[in-house]
Structures are given as C-alpha cells and as structure tokens.
Design a protein around this ligand. Structure first.
Ligand code: E4P
Length: 214
C-alpha cells in the first residue's frame, strides 16, 4: 500500500515529502478552503511543482457538463493532476468523458461496494471509500475496503482503491491488510505512524550507554 497525504497545506506537503514515504496528494474543497490568500489554481501549481505523483483536485460543479469544463481546466495545470469527482450519475458521466481523453480520475464520497463498482466501470483511475465517515455513523469502514478489494480482484478491475477519511494509525494498518492500494492520510496521522515508546526508550538507552563508555 502506498501513502498519499490528505491536505492542501504546503508546509505539510513539503515536510511529508521530505520523509520520502509519500507518493501523492489528495485535496478536497474543505481542505482547500482552510488555505487563505491563495487561489486553488495557484496552490495546485505549487503542489505539482513539488510532487511528481498524483495530485487530486476536486471539481465543484454538480452537472456533468460543468464538471468536464472545470476538470479540463484543472487538468491543464499539470500532467499529474487527477480530477476528483463526486459519486453521482453526473459525476460518472464526467469520469467516462475524462477516461476517453486520458485524464485520470478519483471518484470520491464512496460509501458502498456498488458505488465503487459503478465508478470503476465508468473508467475511474481511483475510488475513494471514506473509512472514518462510515465508522462515524456506526458502520464498519474497513469492511468496505475488504469488499471492494475482493470484488476488484475477482473481476480483474485495475481501478485503485484509496482508503480515505483516515483518522488514526490503526486505520492505516487495517487498510493495508484489507487490500487498499493507497491510504490518503492527514499529516497529523503520518506523524503518529512514526511513534513507538520503545523506539524512544531504545534511542535513550543507546545514547546513555554510548555516553557512559570508558
Ligand atoms: C480524501 O480524498 C477525502 O476527501 C478525505 O480523506 C476526507 O476525510 P474526512 O472524512 O476526515 O474529512
């Protein structure tokens, strides 16, 4: 499983990429809205100048024609822009049009296996099932990852699964075990992945022994 970072914040993106473990970026309108004094387009230029992998940029239009127009404009910013489209009939019409033009797509707000299957058949490059938001309403978000992974394997579907709405490190481990190709992870959770008290204790003990040598 690969890591993407789920943010539109440049400091977080720079720091995460300097770690060498992150392969792409996902944004959404809520994440972009947190970034002040910069246009969406300029932020995408900044991100794609730094990140060679997939950078998801979400359309705002709700009709297929509007999504296609917006998506083409966003895709023209850089070759590694992936157009993020909501899971609706119009969204899938747009995905189908983008796939015919070789524009990569990420179908977002996936909450069922049938939605993922439909998105894949429309030609989606990625589907993003939202693990945390399903957990929030008493469902099991990770079970959805397993189901989609099984269906895609049975039917030899090449669409990649991005485990989204990741809230804590255990989501990351479980998404990997259940067959997600990618987890898109907030910066805070990426930081948490590094932590283990025995690592800190071990470093402390090694240094203490080193400093006490005769
Ligand atoms: C990523 O593609 C999603 O937009 C994001 O993971 C949603 O996360 P949230 O449920 O924490 O807002």
């Amino acid at each position: 499983m690969k890591f993407f970072i789920d943010t539109a914040n440049m400091e977080e993106i720079k720091e995460a990429f300097s770690l060498g473990v992150v392969a792409g970026v996902t944004t959404n309108p809520s994440l972009v809205a947190k970034e002040k004094n910069v246009s969406f387009e300029d932020r995408l230029r900044e991100i794609t100048a730094l990140v060679p992998g997939s950078v998801s940029a979400e359309v705002i239009a709700l009709d297929a024609e509007g999504m296609i127009k917006e998506g083409k404009e966003l895709a023209a910013i850089a070759p590694n822009i992936t157009i993020k489209v909501p899971m609706t009939p119009d969204g899938l019409k747009a995905v189908h049009a983008f796939s015919k033009e070789g524009i990569k797509t990420n179908v977002t707000l996936i909450f069922s296996a049938n939605q993922a299957l439909l998105a894949a058949r429309a030609g989606a490059t990625y589907v993003s099932p939202f693990v945390g938001r399903l957990d929030d309403i008493g469902h099991n978000g990770l079970d959805l990852i397993s189901t989609i992974a099984e269906i895609f394997a049975i039917h030899d579907i090449s669409t990649e699964i991005i485990a989204a709405s990741i809230r804590h490190p255990q989501h990351v481990t479980d998404a990997a075990l259940r067959g997600a190709h990618i987890a898109t992870v907030p910066y805070k959770v990426i930081q948490q992945l590094f932590n283990h008290p025995l690592t800190d204790k071990g470093i402390e003990a090694f240094l203490a022994d080193w400093n006490a040598r005769s």
